[in-house]
Every structure is written in structure tokens, then in C-alpha cells.
Design a protein around this ligand. Structure first.
Ligand code: PLP
Length: 392
């Protein structure tokens, strides 16, 4: 990566070498199945139990409130579908509230409930910064609302949602409604105290904070009704069958601990670089504007709408310079679809098509940021020339 500049840390992050070293013994030495009764299995079980305790501590939760999963999407699906179906079974409630700017892991889980389980979904609007007004959220809550799902921080524009305020307000209207937050982007950079947040469920994904891809967790408050989605053995208290991926779970635990032990340095580092990106791009490129909230935003996220410049073309041109960035979310980039998030913010199409997301990480350097700021103006000019129909 010596000659390349990686500014897509919201898409994924490289594994921290300390995390990799912590994982190594669980492939080579302590490779047992945690459900086996003999020594190598018992050692794996101890590592798993220990990881659960340590993750719980970071979240200010109890160990039996942590469910290890395969990714953030799985955690979101388990919380939303699992809690919604349990509430339908127990109370006949079939209504879910979420926002228009959620990740597809949430939006598509909601759509699935509507299509296959007869649920009604209310999508709450956001303001021009992508923020949900807690009053709008509570206005949408009904006596039969099974689940409210609100993201902690937006993956495209970095806006931080008032999760604690929303959770409190929702509980005041309907104390039994399950409040879930998709904290996948927030993990490793924002506080994750589930008591302070007041949520019943919280989803995390290891690969956003320097653990490998393919491991996540769901915090589920004790007593929250849940139907399991994956049937099989009794792993994860019967909630999520499948032999546990001990190495990855240990890796995610170490990565989470490192993130919160080093939080203030990391936030200072990534936010200084983010601010330089925001300043450099908006001052050097006419017709560019910051998207998302100016202050209540992820410390690592700089996102822009660049008038008349197609986002996909910007990415391809940056790639040729060895700079890796993103336009919209990783899931929608690669298609010409306009991001549902930018539409929800009310951006005109010409601007929404020119979206660029630059996200810094612990390995990002000042040199990386200056290189982006140096090359982007000429790229934008070139891209604008070949996409005249988008100008204006
Ligand atoms: N939720 C948000 C906000 C995300 O940004 C992502 C991934 O980009 C996910 C959920 C899905 O996480 P995973 O890739 O671990 O399934």
C-alpha cells in the first residue's frame, strides 16, 4: 500500500497486527470446538467466555446479553426480524418504525417483514443533514409498534443520530417497543454504553474497527423477546446455531478493547484529518458542499456532493491515481443508482450523483490527505467535462 492512499475506512479497515497476533493461537493451538468436553475444547470455551465478558464490559452490559454473529448485517437482521416476530407471536404487534437513511441491512430486513410476515413499516423522514427528529420518531410509534430501529451513525454522510433521546422518547410512548440501534459505523469511535444509550439491542461489526471481516455481535438486553433465525445446535444460548468462530471472536474482542483504550488518540487523529479534507475539498472545488451534519458527524467521515461530477467517474479517476474512496455506500456504489440516503436529505439529482465519501483511519497520514486535495480539483474538472448533462 506504499503508493496508495486508502480513504475508505467506513467500508472496511485493515486488521490491526496486534489483533492478528491475538487470533493466531486459535487456529494453530487452541483450535478445539468450544462445545467439546475435552481439554482443547474447554480451552476454546474459556476463550469464548472470556471474550464475551470483555465485550460486555465495553458495552456496559452483562455477558449473557452478548450474541456473537457473522457480521453487522446478521446482527441487524437478528435484532429486527427476531424481535419483531417475537412481538407478533406474543402480542400480535406487527408494526416497525425506522428512518429513511438506514443501511440496507436494516431497510431490507424491514421490507422482508412487510413482504413475508404482514408487518407495516413506517419510514421516518430526516432533515437536510440526515438527522431524525426524536419527535417525528415518537409520533410514528403506535400501541402495536414491535420495533424501532435507528442507526447510531450514518455510513454515507456520517451524521450521528440522537439515539439516546429517541430511545427515551419511544419508551415513554410505548415501554414495550424494542429499540434497536445499528451501531456498525459508530463501533470503535463513539461511546457504546448501552445503559447511556437506553437501547434494547445494538449491532456491531468487527471489520469496521480493525478486526477481520466475518464477525459481529448483537447486544440484546435481558428479557427482550426474540425468535431465533438460525436453527441447529445450542450455541449462543440457542439463539444463533453454528460452531463459534473463536479466532475471529477473540480478534474482535481485542480490537474493541484497543479501540476504546486508544479512543481519544484515535478520535483526535482521524478527526484532524477529516477536518483538513473538508476544508481542502470545499475550499478548492467550486460547487462542492459537505453532506451530513457539520458538527454531529463521525470523527472519520468527510462526505461531499460535487455539482455536475458523476461520483462513479470520480472514483475511477481517483483509483487511477492510487486513491481509494467511495461514493455513497459500498452496497450501492458499483451501480448507477442514486443513494437513498442522499435522496432522503433532499439533495437535487445533479448533486446527489456527484457524491464522494472520504473516511480516515488510524493509518491515514497527512500526506494521504494532501495528495487527495492536490489531485481532486483536476479530476473534478475532467469528470465535469465528460458529463455535461449532469451540470447544473
Ligand atoms: N450497518 C451499517 C451502518 C454499515 O455501514 C454496514 C456496512 O457497511 C452494515 C450495517 C453491514 O455490516 P457488515 O458488512 O458487517 O454486514
Amino acid at each position: 500500500m506504499a503508493d496508495t492512499v486508502y480513504l475508505d475506512n467506513a467500508a472496511t479497515t485493515p486488521v490491526d497486527p496486534r489483533v492478528f497476533e491475538a487470533m493466531r493461537p486459535f487456529w494453530i493451538e487452541t483450535w478445539g470446538n468450544p462445545s467439546s468436553v475435552y481439554a482443547v475444547g474447554r480451552r476454546a470455551r474459556r476463550a469464548l467466555d472470556n471474550a464475551r465478558d470483555r465485550c460486555a464490559q465495553i458495552l456496559n452490559a452483562r455477558a449473557n446479553e452478548i450474541i456473537f454473529t457473522g457480521c453487522g448485517s446478521e446482527s441487524d437482521n437478528l435484532a429486527i426480524k427476531g424481535c419483531a416476530m417475537a412481538m407478533a407471536e406474543q402480542r400480535g404487534w406487527r408494526h416497525v418504525v425506522t428512518s429513511r437513511v438506514e443501511h440496507h441491512a436494516v431497510l431490507h430486513a424491514c421490507e422482508w417483514l412487510a413482504q413475508h410476515m404482514g408487518f407495516e413499516i413506517t419510514y421516518v423522514d430526516v432533515d437536510g443533514y440526515g438527522r431524525v427528529d426524536p419527535a417525528d420518531m415518537t409520533a410514528a410509534v403506535r400501541p402495536d409498534t414491535a420495533v424501532v430501529s435507528i442507526m447510531y451513525a450514518n455510513n454515507e454522510v456520517g451524521t450521528i443520530e440522537p439515539v439516546a433521546e429517541i430511545a427515551r422518547a419511544v419508551k415513554a410512548v410505548n415501554p414495550l417497543t424494542v429499540v434497536h440501534t445499528d451501531a456498525v459505523q459508530a463501533g470503535g469511535l463513539l461511546p457504546l454504553d448501552v445503559e447511556a444509550l437506553g437501547v434494547d439491542a445494538l449491532a456491531l461489526s468487527g471489520h469496521k474497527f480493525y478486526a477481520p471481516k466475518g464477525v459481529g455481535l448483537l447486544y440484546l438486553r435481558r428479557g427482550t423477546p426474540l425468535v431465533h433465525l438460525l436453527s441447529g445446535g445450542g450455541q449462543e444460548r440457542g439463539i444463533r446455531a453454528g460452531t463459534e468462530n473463536v479466532a475471529y471472536i477473540v480478534g474482535m474482542t481485542v480490537a474493541l478493547e484497543l479501540a476504546y483504550a486508544e479512543l481519544s488518540q484515535r478520535v483526535a487523529h482521524v478527526s484532524a484529518l477529516r477536518d483538513r479534507l473538508i476544508d481542502g475539498v470545499t475550499s478548492r472545488i467550486d460547487g462542492s458542499q459537505l453532506t451530513g451534519h457539520p458538527t454531529d458527524r463521525m470523527p472519520n467521515s468527510a462526505s461531499f456532493a460535487i455539482d455536475g461530477a458523476d461520483g462513479e467517474s470520480l472514483l475511477l479517476n481517483l483509483d487511477q491515481e492510487g486513491i481509494y474512496a467511495s461514493s455513497g455506500s459500498a452496497c450501492t456504489s458499483g451501480t448507477l443508482e442514486i443513494s437513498h440516503v442522499l435522496c432522503a436529505l433532499g439533495l437535487p439529482e445533479a448533486q446527489a450523483r456527484g457524491s464522494l465519501r472520504l473516511t480516515t483511519g488510524v493509518r491515514t497520514t497527512e500526506g494521504d490527505v494532501e495528495r487527495l486535495i492536490d489531485v481532486l480539483p483536476a479530476i473534478v474538472e475532467r469528470v465535469r467535462e465528460v458529463t455535461p448533462s449532469l451540470v447544473g
